[in-house]
Design a binder for this molecule. Structure first.
Ligand code: GLN
Length: 447
């Protein structure tokens, strides 16, 4: 069924960077045989999954949608993907993304933009745009994405699907090609929160191969799928609903609060504060870490190498000049600048202090509220190529998602309406660290 959808829609949507049809059908046959003879084959036996192209899979080309990783075949598989395969899931392909997950539209991909399945003149969001569009277009049953500053939640919102960013440390980052290591988390994207909770239960695990992996007491997220929000305290951050938010988005998101209230939740407005500092702090930290993480792509160890050069230095220079796209170069330069001696204190250290203050503001809020309800993005999906001409505007669009990563919190984004243009609107539910079950319960009750 998925390959039928792919046949019909993939040519214009471009959700995938690579598809492995033969291999997937072969694996499906093996699993079918296992099911037929009554052998236990796992909770996801035979379910087709699409994986964002920054997650390594042994023997499958992994490009991060960059030219510089063209022809890179990893020698190992990411733990999160391994966990899925152990449960019988079938990988059918790698999904398109913004190059190295830097972007909010999936337009910075070297392999062309992905289009929004709801209206192909619009972007699917990003950077996990391919993963979200593939679920929305039924080109897979569910997918994995990564979220450094909103890359699961914002495209979920734009594509009318459900995406969950877990608490930092919950899903192993082993095998995820790093963008900003202190913020990156892998998470599930599916049709609803039931799918997301089920998949999260499979992919979350303690992993010694990721030094920031956290051993949690329990990994039973599906037990939170309960329709009950009686007495749940829901905080509405007033500063997230101020100027700059589209009226239709505001209305639909606030409707969610009303629905939860009808079911017995207690709604209260409050001031989260520091919202104006979130974007600058995020972009300084993310670019700084990226400039360091991307230093390894030098033409020696991975993927692409420039054809003509004289000496080692010129090989590095030409490989990186030809291999990286302009958004990635911009961020490597910004990050290198912020980390350079003399500027470190003024930018990077300040950003880290801001990050600590943002975490403190959330701690204060979660002393009073069980969840925080917010938009995922100020608008619905913009038209293709609108964002490319104005990167600052694109960065500002991340205003409602980046703080969650700076504070390491879990958050889910799910559909809550459609605007006049016929494009989906998403609502974001943010929980305290390790409280995935609370946001899953709230999301399930609203659905
Ligand atoms: N749009 C943000 C950025 O470009 C977030 C991306 C992400 O979460 N990977 O950094």
């Amino acid at each position: 069924a998925c390959f039928k959808q792919i046949e019909q829609r993939e040519k214009s949507l471009n959700c995938y960077v690579s598809i492995q049809k033969e291999e997937a059908l072969k694996n499906a046959e093996v699993i079918q045989k296992g099911i037929d003879c009554g052998k236990l084959t796992g909770a996801l036996a035979g379910v087709p999954v699409a994986i964002k192209d920054n997650l390594c899979i042994k023997g499958m080309e992994t490009t991060c949608s960059s030219k510089i990783l063209q022809g890179f075949y990893p020698a190992y598989t990411a733990t999160a993907v391994e966990n899925l395969i152990k449960e019988g899931a079938i990988v059918i392909g790698k999904t398109n993304m913004d190059e190295f997950a830097m972007g909010s539209t999936t337009e910075t991909s070297y392999y062309g933009a992905t289009k929004n399945p709801w209206n192909e003149e619009h972007v699917p969001g990003g950077s996990s745009g391919g993963s979200c569009a593939a679920v929305a277009a039924e080109e897979c049953f569910f997918s994995l994405g990564s979220d450094t500053g909103g890359s699961i939640r914002q495209p979920s919102s734009f594509c009318g699907v459900t995406g969950l960013k877990p608490t930092y440390g919950t899903v192993s980052r082993y095998g995820l090609i790093a963008y900003a290591s202190s913020l990156d988390q892998i998470g599930p994207i599916g049709k609803d929160v039931t799918d997301c909770a089920t998949i999260l239960e499979m992919i979350a695990s303690y992993d010694r191969k990721d030094s920031t992996s956290i051993k949690r007491n329990a990994y039973d997220f599906t037990s939170a799928l309960v329709d009950d929000v009686k007495g749940m305290k829901v905080g509405i951050p007033k500063d997230y609903f101020a100027n700059g938010l589209e009226d239709e988005v505001r209305e639909k998101v606030l409707n969610v609060a009303k629905e939860l209230e009808k079911k017995g939740a207690v709604i209260e407005e409050f001031e989260l504060s520091l919202i104006d500092y979130a974007i600058p702090a995020y972009y300084v930290i993310a670019c700084a870490e990226a400039s360091s993480n991307l230093a390894r792509f030098d033409g020696v160890k991975y993927g692409y190498r420039a054809k003509e050069f004289e000496g080692l230095h010129e090989m590095y220079k030409k490989t990186r000049s030809e291999g990286f796209g302009s958004e990635v170069k911009r961020r490597i330069m910004l990050g290198s600048f912020a980390l350079s001696s003399g500027y470190y204190d003024a930018y990077y250290l300040k950003a880290l202090k801001t990050k600590a203050l943002i975490k403190e503001a959330f701690d204060k809020a979660f002393a009073k509220y069980d969840i925080i309800l917010a938009p995922a993005a100020p608008t619905t999906a913009p038209k293709l190529s609108e964002s490319l001409v104005d990167p600052i505007k694109m960065y500002l669009g991340d205003i409602y998602t980046v703080s969650v990563n700076l504070a390491g919190l879990p958050a889910v984004c799910l559909p809550c309406g459609i605007d006049k243009k016929g494009l989906p609107i998403g609502v974001q539910m943010i929980g305290n660290c390790f409280h995935e079950h609370t946001i899953i319960r709230a999301a399930y009750s609203f659905e």
